[in-house]
Design a binder for this molecule. Structure first.
Ligand code: ADP
Ligand code: ZN
Length: 752
């Protein structure tokens, strides 16, 4: 008899599957989507079964046998396996690497039980006793065993031993009795630990949806399986309530499950709290700070159906929920949904594909939708839902622009001018008013550190030795730091280039603003939130909780403070410098700036006291600024879309960025040129369906010691682009220099 063969995806950088024989002992455990342990080049590896095989891959070689299949249920059900295959194809990434990226790290290791996972003893029913007569007979002289048996039944047939013993006040002996009679078995199970459970979930506020919210919920309930909705709601319009009401229907009326994606979970504890307040223990929070063991626990709880809502950042799109009914993508425009390393997927796009596979409905929510999603809603690919007003008749805050070119007070003493470049007179007065009234303020500066860079009078800038980027000056501890590679060095007294002595700091960072605030408002309680103050696992939530409790007067921070916060006592939002990022050499620079300004402005005036926004800028006429001032998303779209059509960039077409990097500058340039020549030859055959730009040095020419060149592919349709990318990655011969590396980024969020 010929052995049964299956194709297995292994986490190796090869575009192929591997064929293994299924030993008879594992025949039930091995099915499409199961994890298997297989021998591969003298070691054991974890792979995923893709499906049955006809042995065509073997080429006459005798197949090796699968060593183990550790899971009771396949790790990848049908919809997830299909998503993995789609990702492998679309992002041109080996399917084994894609599938491994979709699993919790603890499940990618070739070991039966992960030692990082604490286990507990659980009791499981082994045999049903259907009739009452049978039951009476079996438990005639064992009433305690009967009570245990029936409690276990009522708990779904499985429960921790400790819990049962406590509930019944019985001894372990009763448990052993049931086991001895073959009615139940004791097994070891991972313990669930969810650190978010330590946060007290506030009771759900009794709110009635507004007419607009109600209409949106009704549309979602009527949504066809696999369809996508774009929920465009201005800040404070109550998008979260729409999600909650729709999910109540999905969970309670339809008995389905859901996934909720948020840009960064540490930044959105309030949003998570609101879901937990409504759905309690059904929620699994997939936090990036979870240990491998904790993540594994949550994953298992979702797979078992003990948890039915997975909330998390982009990788939560792979959560193994059963009977998926809905996927919410909150703040769908956020760049954090794009994974920065291979496979470079966009969680929003993966969500849409997964929903199609599972027959679920996708809700993309934002006050400032990405131009891609907006265009898809205009073309009818997505259904547009709008929440045009703030709830409770609240209005959007008034926005004032402070033109820093005229506000810095020419003719004023130099010290005053320097101060006014950071804190203009109107902003200082506005802060004063808030402090006097006991109200809170948010201040945004999207640049951390003390000073952006250090320069000598000749204009020599202190740069990173490993990256083509200037070093940022930090205080406490005092040093120069590279934000790309973390290289740090002491601040030198003289210029390394010319020996000049007067080294000057340029460009203000959050540390400097903090010091200035402390000087100007000595009694104010100032909190700073940026990468440097939030390295602890719960640092974000702690700072935000302090703001919520009214223990902070001024919250100063980078873009971290722009998202999702809902503090009614915040009546002032100040933007220290709106121009940070506006001139980056990237096609999305304007869109990013508009989104950031709109989002942070939306944090003001969410309570009955109202609020105002002050934006300091040197480019008050830029449409990213003027449209944010007017809270006018539609006008922004109408001004930005033409700019993205000529020369064409997304959403006018699709992009792929091919980056070639290496240690030798000339070698990289030469390789980029031959790659471009290679691709150009293939493009002729495609008669213009794909065009090639470059090669050229990347905007950041060197990172971590590696020189970087890139080529950009543009196409209006997806298929020819996939074809070219695939041919290039599988057929182009990299020069033998081993340090050369090619990365491919489809639908890049930035071209840096
Ligand atoms: P968004 O996410 O659109 O910015 P939120 O969902 O945070 O808005 O809602 C803003 C505020 O309005 C929240 O405090 C929320 O509890 C409240 N809210 C939302 N919908 C209603 C409603 N129908 N009635 C009363 N309050 C509401
Ligand atoms: Zn560096």
């Amino acid at each position: 008899m010929t052995p049964r063969l299956v194709d297995v995806a292994l986490p190796v950088p090869l575009f192929r599957a591997f064929t293994y024989a299924v030993p008879d002992t594992l025949r039930h455990a091995v099915t499409a989507g199961s994890r298997v342990v297989v021998p591969f080049h003298n070691r054991q590896m974890i792979g995923v079964v893709l499906g049955e095989s006809d042995g065509a891959n073997l080429g006459g070689v005798v197949p090796k046998a699968i060593a183990d299949a550790p899971d009771e249920q396949p790790a990848f059900r049908g919809d997830l396996l299909a998503v993995g295959r789609w990702m492998a194809d679309y992002y041109v990434s080996p399917v084994g690497l894609v599938l491994r990226a979709a699993l919790p790290a603890a499940m990618g290791r070739a070991r039966r039980a992960d030692p990082a996972v604490r286990t507990q003893r659980v009791l499981r029913l082994a045999q049903p006793l259907d009739s009452l007569l049978q039951r009476d007979a079996v438990f005639k002289r064992a009433p305690q065993q009967r009570a245990l048996f029936e409690l276990l039944e009522s708990l779904g047939g499985q429960s921790p031993v400790a819990h049962l013993v406590e509930r019944l006040g019985c001894t372990e002996g009763v448990v052993q009795g049931l086991v001895k009679r073959g009615l139940a078995v004791v097994a070891a199970e991972p313990v669930d630990r969810d650190p978010f459970l330590a946060r007290a979930a506030p009771p759900p506020a009794a709110v009635t949806p507004t007419a607009a919210q109600g209409a949106a919920v009704a549309a979602l309930r009527a949504g066809a399986p696999g369809s996508t909705f774009l929920l465009h709601g201005i800040t404070g319009s109550g998008k979260t309530l729409v999600y909650l009401e729709f999910l109540k229907h999905v969970l309670h009326d339809r008995g389905q499950s859901a996934i909720v994606l948020v840009p960064e979970i540490a930044l959105t504890p309030q949003t998570v709290d609101r879901f937990r307040a409504v759905f309690g223990d059904l929620v699994a929070v997939l936090h990036s700070g979870l240990s491998d063991g904790e993540r594994y626990d949550a994953w298992r709880a979702l797979q078992r159906g003990d948890k039915r809502i997975a909330i998390g950042a982009r990788s939560a799109v792979f959560a193994p929920v059963e009977r998926l009914g809905a996927i919410i993508v909150d703040e769908e425009h956020e760049a954090t949904y794009k994974q920065g390393e291979a496979p470079r997927y966009h969680a929003r796009e993966v969500a849409i594909v997964r929903a199609r596979e599972a027959g679920a409905v996708v809700v993309l929510g934002s006050a400032t939708p990405s131009l891609e999603s907006w265009t898809n809603a205009q073309s009818g690919k997505y259904t547009l839902l709008s929440l045009p007003d703030r709830v409770g008749g609240g209005s959007l805050p008034g926005v004032r622009v402070v033109d820093l070119r005229t506000e810095t007070g020419p003719g004023a003493p130099v010290m005053v001018q320097a101060l006014r470049r950071i804190l203009s007179a109107p902003l200082e007065t506005a802060l004063h008013d808030r402090l006097a009234r006991g109200e809170q303020s948010l201040l945004l500066l999207n640049r951390r550190g003390f000073a952006n860079f250090v320069t000598c009078p000749e204009g020599h800038v202190v740069a990173c030795p490993n990256c083509a980027i200037s070093l940022t000056y930090h205080r406490a501890p005092e040093r120069l730091v590279c934000h790309y590679c973390q290289h740090a060095e002491p601040l030198a007294a003289t210029c390394a280039e010319c020996g000049a002595e007067q080294m000057r700091q340029r460009g203000v960072g959050t540390q400097q603003v903090e010091r200035l605030l402390n000087e100007r408002f000595p009694s104010a309680r100032v909190a700073r939130m940026d990468v440097d103050t939030t390295s602890g696992k719960w640092a974000h939530a702690e700072i935000l909780d302090r703001v919520g409790r009214g223990e902070v007067d001024i919250l100063l921070g980078t873009q971290m403070i722009a998202k999702g916060l809902d503090f009614p006592n915040v009546t002032l939002v100040g933007v220290i410098d709106a121009d940070v990022g506006i001139n980056l050499p990237d096609f999305r620079a304007s869109e990013r700036t508009f989104q950031l300004l709109s989002q942070v402005a939306g944090r003001a005036g969410r309570g009955p006291k109202g609020g105002e926004v002050l934006i300091q800028t040197r480019t008050p006429g830029h449409h990213a600024v003027t449209c944010a001032v007017a809270h006018d998303y539609l006008r922004f779209v109408s001004e930005e879309l033409p700019a993205r059509a000529d020369p064409p960039y997304p959403p006018a077409l699709r992009l792929a960025n091919v980056v070639i990097s290496g240690l030798d500058e000339r070698g990289v340039a030469a390789c980029a040129q031959s790659a471009a020549d290679w691709i150009a030859m293939r493009l002729n055959a495609l008669s213009g369906a794909v065009t090639l730009i470059g090669p050229a040095p990347c905007p950041v020419e060197r990172i971590k010691g590696r020189w970087r060149w890139h080529l950009v592919l543009k196409a209006t349709r997806a298929a020819p682009l996939t074809q070219v990318m695939r041919a290039f990655l599988t057929k182009f011969d990299l020069p033998s220099a081993h340090d050369l590396r090619v990365t491919l980024d489809r639908d890049p969020v930035a071209l840096l």
